[in-house]
Design a binder for this molecule. Structure first.
Ligand code: URA
Length: 230
């Protein structure tokens, strides 16, 4: 990749600005000052420093976010998107892995790794998702079995077996292995119950970190990424 393109890609400045930095001798590649703004590098190997600081370049990015309410799971929209919350990674092809509703909070994976996202979302892979919720209506004992047997949604689709745990009269936790449109709300609705608040607390091997506040995100650790790829 061209050095100026890489630096611009990493938001060190516009293409014009980074060319200026390069020509001014602010950028070193493998210890040598590079003043040629057309210089090409192998970004997987080159050690690049800018103003004496080593630049970390990763082609593939993985973030875990605690999605706040009011944001859409899309890359561009007329309303604010979850990608708008990620600072400093413009034009890196980030997208949310799957969708949470605008009013749902909790664990959301954001990446530019299309292959991994595809695997995580493939229905055949049955990746566990756990949601905690508050709901209105009266939860009856017989509903537990209905979740296990498979709730039939309004369009006739029979959900895969799910596990429902009642945490208190109007709070529950559900484990599902698929991700149909508005699935949890529709499953509850099928029983005459209405979801008031919904939060995802687990996605595959990833749990929502307790110290990750709504609206915040961080990169996945190596260990988390390894678990996810497994
Ligand atoms: N199920 C829903 O109904 N909404 C979500 O955001 C996620 C799962």
């Amino acid at each position: 990749m061209r050095l100026d393109k890489l630096l611009a890609h990493l938001n060190y400045g516009s293409r014009k600005e980074v060319k200026k930095y390069i020509r001014s001798g602010l950028v070193l590649v493998d210890g040598d000052v590079i003043v040629d703004d057309n210089y090409k590098i192998d970004e997987s190997k080159a050690v690049i420093t800018f103003l004496g600081k080593k630049i970390e370049y990763k082609e593939l990015l993985y973030f875990i976010m605690n999605k706040p309410k009011g944001y859409i799971c899309a890359t561009v929209d007329k309303e604010p998107t979850v990608i708008d919350l990620i600072v400093g990674y413009q034009n890196r092809g980030l997208f949310p892995v799957g969708r949470l509703d605008k009013d749902t909070t909790g664990l959301l994976l954001i990446t530019n790794d299309g292959l991994l996202a595809h695997e995580l979302l493939a229905p055949k892979n049955h990746v566990d998702k756990i949601y905690e919720m508050s709901f209105s209506g009266v939860f009856k004992e017989e509903y537990f079995k209905k979740f296990i047997d498979g709730i039939v949604l309004d369009d006739g689709y029979k959900c895969l077996s799910a596990k429902f745990e009642l945490l208190s009269a109007n709070k529950g936790r559900i484990t599902i292995k698929e991700g149909k449109y508005h699935q949890v709300k529709r499953m509850m609705h099928a029983l005459g119950l209405e979801v008031i608040d919904l939060k995802r607390v687990l996605f595959g091997p990833l749990e929502l970190p307790v110290d990750l506040k709504e609206g915040f995100y961080r990169e996945l650790t190596e260990a988390e990424l390894k678990l996810l790829k497994r």
